[in-house]
Design a binder for this molecule. Structure first.
Ligand SMILES: Cc1cc2nc3c(=O)[nH]c(=O)nc-3n(C[C@H](O)[C@H](O)[C@H](O)COP(=O)(O)OP(=O)(O)OC[C@H]3O[C@@H](n4cnc5c(N)ncnc54)[C@H](O)[C@@H]3O)c2cc1C
Length: 482
């Protein structure tokens, strides 16, 4: 099949018998018609269709020798800087289509899987490790354009460092049995965005102190595997009205708790198990962080461009551009945007071939971008709230504009250069972006989805080459070496 169409994506999803729980009920019927998921699923449909749109097809897909169909370009293993640029262009197209609001557009996990396959050799000849299973999944994913959710953290029961977490009755998903067919997993994992509404779920463990060997595994299984359940949070879709909820009606992704009720993971799906060192190495030394971050920062740049557009439109609409504090606030967004773009460019300019022959974007600029964005993003949202002021809550609905009070609204909600309807449309967008349940989840998402920003900063500190700076100061002061 190769690169999938939107229709094929929806048909395949609807055929899955995935166990999804929503608001106390098991979801029955076509998932693409369920109010909590349909906006997102149709947006994903349009993303997959871009791969077949004559304007984008060349940018979104690539040819592999021996394969008739073109493949989604997020699966391309880059070997040159030009390949990296091709990957960036493809990701920009997808991110622009959703204005950076969809954290889990398919390129995110496709890039993760591509990086796993590109570094699978790390697991070669190690105990309980099966790099060939990663390669097999990668090839199947390319051929069938599979979609993935993922989970890499454990339930938030006790995050103390001294908590050994080795409970008798599993809470965090762990191996409870090994048999001739595979591993049996019991317990729960967090927090799968789009969990249940993708073909597969990829599970791997973030290394930590007192890492239970029974949790040191990685695998991928179909979402409708027996015993696997996805428990959803409440939906943040405000309504289906694009006027009232321009973002949540299209991009609300849903997050879910993943429960494994004695789930059999067949051996051919296991990447590694019961090997703490391999689990730590796989995450830290593979190209996962470089390629996943590359996708993330591209999306965040596009999202910041969108935020700048919203902020500037607000300023123009209520005519407040003459005030210096407004200019300063807008320049804060511009500085953030240009900083992110410069870091992204640097990561590509400094990219190097890794030990397995793939062109890896330089990680330090990406880590820097990934550490500052969680701080900048809430501030961007605050800036929009500060510019919009009462406009952020004077928000009549589409129905109000269709009612007899329309004339009042037209008169009292007009702006210097906008009709009341356009003005409200814009302010509703600003509200959905920064204040609605969808908007506030986006803030929490940008803070946390790639890990705890505190620990990400700590990783940056530990990995950053500081010795040259230290030496210069030591020489300046003629300090004696320890
Ligand atoms: C909207 C959203 C979507 C997400 N989607 C996904 C997804 O699709 N897949 C996925 O796997 N995960 C996902 N996540 C989870 C994300 O990876 C975690 O939120 C992140 O790794 C932090 O872990 P935690 O939430 O368990 O926080 P905790 O680790 O419980 O941290 C809670 C607080 O304690 C502090 N803390 C805890 N331990 C330490 C420590 N050792 N050192 C210093 N401080 C510490 C933290 O700084 C924080 O302030 C998502 C999260 C959000 C908010």
């Amino acid at each position: 099949m190769g690169a999938m169409t939107g229709e094929a994506f929806i048909n395949r999803l609807n055929q899955r018998k995935t166990e999804i729980w929503f608001n106390g009920n098991k979801v029955e019927g076509k998932i693409s018609e369920h109010p909590a998921f349909k906006g997102l699923i149709h947006t994903k449909e349009s993303l997959y269709d871009l791969q077949h749109d004559p304007t984008f097809n060349e940018d979104m897909t690539f040819s592999l020798p021996g394969k008739k169909e073109r493949i989604g370009l997020s699966y391309l293993q880059p070997k040159t800087k030009d390949d990296l640029k091709r990957r960036r262009k493809m990701m920009e197209h997808w991110a622009r289509h959703t204005h950076g609001m969809m954290g889990r557009s398919p390129d995110y996990m496709n890039s993760a899987l591509m990086s796993f396959a590109s570094s699978a050799a790390i697991l070669k000849d190690r105990e309980n490790c099966f790099p060939e299973h990663i390669q097999a999944l990668y090839e199947r994913a390319m051929n069938e354009d599979l979609s993935f959710a993922h989970s890499f953290i454990t339930p938030q029961v006790n995050r103390s460092q001294i908590n050994m977490g080795f409970s008798e009755e599993p809470i965090s998903a762990k191996v409870v049995e090994k048999n001739e067919k595979g591993l049996v997993i019991k317990g729960a994992r967090l927090l799968a965005t789009q969990g249940g509404i993708t073909d597969e779920i990829l599970v791997f463990s973030a290394p930590r102190l007192f890492f239970d060997p029974d949790q040191a595994f990685a695998f991928s299984i179909p979402s409708d595997t027996e015993g696997l359940k996805f428990i959803c949070r409440e939906s943040f879709v405000g309504s289906e009205s694009l006027f009232n909820h321009p973002l949540s009606a299209r991009y609300e992704e849903m997050d879910s708790i993943v429960v494994f009720d004695n789930v059999l993971v067949p051996w051919e799906r296991v990447f590694y198990y019961d090997n703490v060192d391999a689990a730590i190495d796989f995450l830290n030394k593979s190209s996962f962080y470089s390629f996943a971050y590359h996708q993330v920062i591209i999306r965040q740049v596009v999202k910041t461009e969108f935020i700048l557009g919203v902020a500037e439109l607000l300023v123009a609409t209520i005519n407040v551009s003459e005030y210096q504090h407004i200019q300063e606030k807008l320049s804060e967004i511009i500085i953030g945007l240009e900083t992110m773009k410069a870091l992204l460019d640097k990561s590509e300019a400094d990219a190097e071939i890794d030990e397995w022959g793939y062109m890896r974007p330089s990680i330090i600029p990406l880590q820097v971008a990934g550490t500052i964005f969680p701080k900048m993003y809430p501030r961007f949202c605050e800036i929009i709230q500060l510019i919009g002021a009462s406009g952020m809550v004077s928000l009549p609905t589409e129905k109000d504009f269709e009612s007899p009070i329309r004339q009042d609204l037209e008169k009292y909600l007009q702006a210097t250069n906008k009709t009341a309807e356009d003005r409200v449309k814009l302010f509703r967008l600003a509200w959905d972006l920064t204040m609605s349940p969808f908007g506030t989840r986006q803030i929490q998402y940008e803070r946390y989805f790639f890990g705890d920003p505190i620990r990400l900063s700590s990783n940056l500190y530990k990995a950053y080459p500081k010795q040259l700076s230290v030496d210069r100061v030591s020489q300046f002061l003629h300090l004696k070496n320890d």
